[in-house]
Design a protein around this ligand. Structure first.
Ligand code: DAH
Length: 360
């Protein structure tokens, strides 16, 4: 091929290689093959050549034109692929969680989760009042979780609990993940002779999830059965407990008439706080903190205890809730996320177990 055509091809190829996007590449195409492009001008100039030269030169210019067209097409395909890659990279969403700090080695490696800590505190405080710890299974029968507690079929409380049901067992009703710790009242009364004095800290389950609700959470139940246990015992026990737990000796405590199927009468218990600042103990507002009442005679009878001879009180409260209030923890969800930054802030050292000296 003639030198001038080789040089022109080299120029055009260099321009093409330098074209970084489709627009720049189109400018190269116009400059070469457009109406007044360089190759077009060569084709137009053929007419002025003598016939024998024209044929040879014409063939060469047409070869050049074909090469340039193919090179433009290749470059176009390449630039389009680059553009797509760039777009995919720019639009990519990183859905992975950022890495979390790894645990330190050595004596600092472990700490007590706030839920466990509160359970220790509950056991220590109620232990000092003569309460033993009772336990029951997370998977409960319908009878223990509802019916024996005087929550009959179709009772609205069944719906209120947003129950997780398990697959039905042969012939029976579907088992449930216990919606409260109250079924352990029944288990305890069935397995122990009164008098009874127990607390039941444990896991509970409801299909509910937001900043203050988790499908798995914890409650503590209390049950006291004796010959002459009355509401004075209930009030004294709970007032003493709440003041000791929150470390406020004059914490205002209010008992408010309420309804639970398994107690009669029933009371909700409120503590004094400030709605504005969140501070406990003062401010003139009331915050509901637990449910309680005198155990319903039907519940005693369902659990094989003669209600003419025995009576008592029960209570139940959320462990996360009292933990959040005590430590000013605003959100429930991090309790179960095992984030070491959160744990370093809220967890306690295993070397400083809770003692009664910590209580008010
Ligand atoms: N079981 C109730 C609940 O989950 C709480 C409760 C209220 C327990 C009153 C009791 C009680 O023992 O007497 O909401």
């Amino acid at each position: 091929m003639a030198d001038d055509l080789d040089m022109l091809r080299a120029d055009i190829e260099a321009a093409m290689a330098g074209a970084e996007d489709l627009r720049a590449l189109d400018a190269v195409r116009v400059a070469a093959l457009g109406k007044s492009g360089q190759v077009t001008a060569l084709l137009k100039g053929l007419g002025a050549l003598p016939p024998d030269e024209r044929r040879a030169r014409g063939a060469e210019v047409n070869v050049l034109k074909g090469e340039i067209e193919r090179a433009l097409e290749n470059r176009r395909v390449m630039l389009e692929a680059f553009a797509l890659d760039a777009r995919l990279a720019a639009e990519r969403l990183d859905v992975s969680l950022p890495p979390r700090p790894t645990p330190p080695a050595g004596p600092e490696a472990g700490s007590i989760h706030p839920i466990s800590r509160t359970m220790e505190e509950l056991i220590a405080l109620f232990g000092a009042m003569g309460f033993a710890v009772a336990e029951g299974p997370d998977i409960e029968g319908d009878w223990h979780n509802f019916s024996a507690l005087n929550i009959p079929d179709h009772h609205p409380a069944r719906q209120d609990h947003d129950t997780f049901y398990l697959t039905a067992q042969e012939g029976g009703r579907r088992p449930v993940l216990r919606t409260h710790t109250s079924p352990v009242q029944i288990r305890t009364m069935l397995s122990q002779e009164p008098p009874i004095r127990v607390i039941v800290p444990g896991r509970t389950w409801r299909a509910d999830h937001d900043a203050t609700h988790s499908p798995m959470f914890h409650q503590v139940e209390g049950l006291v059965i004796g010959r002459d246990i009355h509401m004075g015992h209930l009030k004294g026990t709970l007032v003493d407990f709440l003041r000791a737990f929150f470390g406020i000796a004059d914490l205002p405590v209010r008992f408010r008439a309420s309804y639970f199927p398994f107690t009669e009468p029933s009371m909700e218990v409120d503590i004094g706080w400030s709605r504005k600042t969140g501070e406990l103990g003062q401010g003139g507002d009331w915050l509901e903190i637990l449910g309680s009442g005198m155990v319903h005679p039907k519940v005693l009878a369902n659990a094989g205890i003669d209600p003419r001879m025995w009576q008592g009180f029960a209570f139940g409260m959320g462990i996360e809730r009292i933990t959040m209030l005590k430590h000013g923890i605003p959100d429930l969800r991090p309790f179960y996320e095992a984030d070491l930054r959160w744990l370093r802030h809220y967890a306690t050292s295993p070397l400083s177990p809770f003692t009664l000296h910590d209580a008010a």
